[in-house]
Design a protein. Sequence first.
Lengths: 112, 111
Amino acid sequence: SQTIHQWPATLVQPVGSPLSLECTVEGTSNPNLYWYRQAAGRGLQLLFYSVGIGQISSEVPQNLSASRPQDRQFILSSKKLLLSDSGFYLCAWHRGDAGELFFGEGSRLTVL
Amino acid sequence: AQSVTQLDSHVSVSEGTPVLLRCNYSSSYSPSLFWYVQHPNKGLQLLLKYTSAATLVKGINGFEAEFKKSETSFHLTKPSAHMSDAAEYFCVGVTGNQFYFGTGTSLTVIP
């Protein structure tokens, strides 16, 4: 069966520090991968998605970036965090058909 | 362009009473639609999905939804609310690789 792992689950970072959130999928190949952000009390905002290794589409201009170094690995990064980067980050994968998204457990980022 | 609209940001029900969470969709063709549930500080879990088969879809935990093309709706229902149903619910549509999320409905269950 397929599983998705996302880490770290929580982190507290100072403004201006770097960020790296990792997501891996097991049990499938060539998944479409997504990073979403959920601000407190709000809906989901698509940040990045990827249909293959090295292929990244950005939906929102910001100081975040994403990379897909391997087929089932998706990394969200920042060189310098802003206060506004605080939120709940969710990784998800999709088979590429009309099926559903499968979500990781999320990463809670607090920037102080 | 496709979109989904959740008509209520907050819904409160008493334990044991029915639940109705409303979702309308906008699409030029029959969409695939989903309902997800999110508990605090957790990822989203699929409740049920509609993919142009039966219009009445049954999901987990006693939830079901009916796709009504004439009303462009996909409302989520449950006959009897349980305390554990208190969570955030999202209606989601998909076109190809693009997912369209509603803004969410927060369900409160009153004991």
